[in-house]
Design a protein around this ligand. Structure first.
Ligand code: FES
Length: 318
């Protein structure tokens, strides 16, 4: 993880039921690094928790990032802190923007599916479409219309289909929405695992996987990433020369923590990359949901919270 910078809460307002919109500016008044569509920042809260939030708007003029924070039910402490305790003027620590969900710029048009607070990265992409004169369509799925944040922020040039569970019976019509996609289009989806699973199932068969992109908020119930039962493995930490055994029933992150080696982490589900480390030797059994196929194939990085080893031993740059 890179350096932390201090950012001040400039504005804080309700964007919808259980959604707060927060505008952050650098505490020293300097410009913030540019954030591309789909980027997120790590936010270290005063209670010590690190959370990732998508930047729905990067403003060069205001030198600000705007993020939206949904109140998780139940909250593991991050969103509850923000909703109950954060105030205008408070200073938080933030990392530089990172992008695990970049937009492919060469498409003819763009289809977006957002579930709940999954609207935040999608909104940044829709802003990109508007700035680049690209047609877009959004299927926005929410539990109720009162929870539909940022609808009024959507720029022109596109089409919104809102599915509010309290107004429409049945599930969102994913088939009709996805069947609009042509070979030159790209599809981006962000939301809860159940919705993302449904999108994946519907898209499978008639849209190539390279055309459909996901950002997950939580790991799916059934892990497709796991191939057979866990095995124990040995990990060597190149910087200290320590060797540790990771038993079959523990994660690498757990073993490092138990040995007093503190590594940054956030989700512990293979979703955020906070625990990423460099692999020097050995073959990784990748179990995350965020590395690209090329990164997996390179065998140069791994996420310590979920990934394991195919080889007997891994040597890590730790
Ligand atoms: S802590 Fe989030 S990917 Fe490991």
């Amino acid at each position: 993880m890179g350096a932390w910078n201090r950012a001040r809460v400039k504005t804080l307002q309700r964007a919808a039921h259980a959604v707060l919109d927060i505008q952050l500016v650098a505490d020293d008044g300097q410009p913030l690094p540019e954030a591309q569509a789909g980027s997120h920042i790590d936010v270290r809260l005063p209670n010590g928790l690190i959370r990732q939030y998508s930047i729905h708007e990067y403003s060069f003029e205001a030198a600000s990032y705007s993020i939206g924070v949904g109140l998780s039910e139940p909250s593991r402490g991050g969103s509850a802190f923000i909703h109950e305790r954060l105030e205008v003027g408070d200073v938080l620590e933030i990392g530089a923007p990172r992008n695990n969900f970049p937009i492919e710029p060469g498409a003819r048009s763009y289809l977006f599916i957002a579930g709940g607070i999954g609207i935040t990265p999608i909104l940044s992409m829709i802003r990109w479409c508007a700035a680049n004169s690209k047609p877009w369509a959004l299927l926005y799925c929410v539990r109720s219309r009162a929870r539909a944040a940022y609808i009024e922020y959507l720029p022109g040039g596109g089409k919104l289909v809102l599915h509010a569970d309290d107004e429409q019976a049945g599930r969102p019509d994913l088939q009709t929405f996805l069947r609009q996609a042509c070979a030159d289009d790209q599809v981006y989806c962000c939301g809860p695992a159940l919705l993302m699973d449904a999108v994946g199932n519907v898209a499978q068969g008639y849209l190539p996987s390279a055309q459909v992109h996901f950002e997950l908020f939580s790991a799916p119930e059934s892990s497709a990433q796991q191939d057979g039962p866990n095995k124990s493995f040995i990990v060597e930490l190149a910087q200290s020369g320590f060797e540790l055994t990771v038993p079959a029933d523990s994660s690498l992150l757990d073993v490092l923590e138990a040995a007093g080696i503190l590594v940054p982490y956030s989700c512990r589900e293979g979703l955020c990359r906070t625990c990423e480390c460099e692999v020097l030797e050995g073959e990784v059994d990748h179990r995350d949901y965020v590395l690209s196929d090329a990164e997996r194939a390179s065998n140069k990085v791994m996420l310590q919270c979920v990934s394991r080893a195919k080889s007997e031993k891994l040597v890590l740059d730790l």
